[in-house]
Design a protein around this ligand. Structure first.
Ligand code: ATP
Length: 235
C-alpha cells in the first residue's frame, strides 16, 4: 500500500533521513520505534507531503506521492495525527471533527462517520460542545484521532499517541488503534513507547539517527536482545 524508497530528507544542511526504505501493506499496523531525534516525525511528515525528499520516492497505491500537495495526499486517503495533537483549542470538539472532513462533500457519509467517532470515543460525545483547549491530554489525543478519521482515511499516520499520557489512557488509546485497524484502516505508528507499540503492531522498524537499523515482525523485535536493551528497558 505504501512504499518508501531510499529517501533522503534535509532541514537546510542537516540530513534528518538517510536512505530510508520501508513498506506498509494493506491491513497492517506497522510501528516505527526510535529515540528522540531519530527522524520518526520527519518520516511521517515526508509521507504526508509536509516535507519533500531530496532523493528517493514515496509510493502510495502504486503512484508516486512525494512532491504532491499535502491536501491531495489527504484526499487520496492518508491522514496524519501529528505529535502534540494540535487540536484547534478555541473551537469546540464538534467543530474540530467537522474540520477533519473539510475535503469531503458526502454529507450523509460525514454524518455517519461523526456518529461512529462518537461511538469509538464516548468521552468526545459527552464533551462535543466543549472548547478543545479545555480537554485533558488524553481527550485531546482522542480528538486528534477522531479528526483524522473524519477524513475517511485508508492509511493513518500516528505520531507518538502515548506522549504525556497516564498508563491507563495509553492503554485506552492503543485499544482504539487496534479497533480502528480491525475496521480496515491501515496504521503507521511512530512511538517512543516501544513496549506498547510492539504489543499492537504486526511489523516494526527501528530508526536510529536517520537510518533503519532493524526490522521484522513485532514478535521478532520484542525478542531481540538489541531492542530489549535499547528500547524495552532491558526487560
Ligand atoms: P522526537 O520523538 O523527539 O520527535 P523524532 O524521531 O520524531 O524525535 P524528528 O523530529 O524527525 O525526530 O527529528 C530528526 C532530526 O531532524 C533531529 O536531529 C532534529 O533536530 C532535526 N529537525 C527536526 N525538525 C527540524 C527543523 N524544523 N529544522 C531543523 N532540524 C530539524
Amino acid at each position: 500500500m505504501l512504499k518508501v524508497n531510499d529517501i533522503d530528507v534535509y532541514y537546510g544542511n542537516i540530513q534528518a533521513l538517510k536512505g530510508i526504505s520501508l513498506e506498509v501493506n494493506e491491513g497492517e499496523i506497522v510501528t516505527l520505534i526510535g529515540a528522540n531525534g531519530a527522524g520518526k516525525s520527519t518520516l511521517l511528515k515526508t509521507i504526508s507531503g509536509l516535507l519533500k525528499p531530496k532523493k528517493g520516492s514515496v509510493e502510495y497505491l502504486g503512484s508516486a506521492i512525494d512532491g504532491k500537495a499535502a491536501q491531495s495526499i489527504v484526499k487520496a486517503g492518508i491522514s496524519h495525527v501529528p505529535e502534540g495533537r494540535r487540536v484547534f483549542s478555541n473551537m469546540t470538539v464538534e467543530e474540530n471533527l467537522e474540520l477533519g472532513a473539510y475535503l469531503r462533500k458526502d454529507r450523509d457519509g460525514i454524518k455517519k462517520d461523526m456518529a461512529h467517532v462518537y461511538e469509538l470515543f464516548p468521552r468526545l460525545f459527552e464533551r462535543h460542545k466543549q472548547l478543545s483547549g479545555t480537554l485533558s491530554g488524553g481527550e485531546q489525543q482522542m480528538l486528534a484521532m477522531g479528526r483524522a478519521l473524519m477524513a475517511k482515511p485508508k492509511l493513518i499516520l500516528m505520531d507518538e499517541p502515548s506522549m504525556g499520557l497516564a498508563p491507563l489512557m495509553v492503554k485506552n488509546i492503543f485499544n482504539i488503534i487496534e479497533m480502528v485497524n480491525k475496521e480496515g484502516v491501515t496504521v503507521l505508528l511512530v512511538e517512543q513507547n516501544a513496549h506498547m507499540a510492539l504489543s499492537v503492531a504486526h511489523r516494526a522498524y527501528v530508526l536510529e539517527t536517520g537510518k533503519i537499523v532493524l526490522s521484522g515482525s513485532a514478535k521478532e523485535l520484542q525478542e531481540s536482545d538489541e531492542v530489549k536493551a535499547a528500547y524495552l528497558g532491558g526487560l
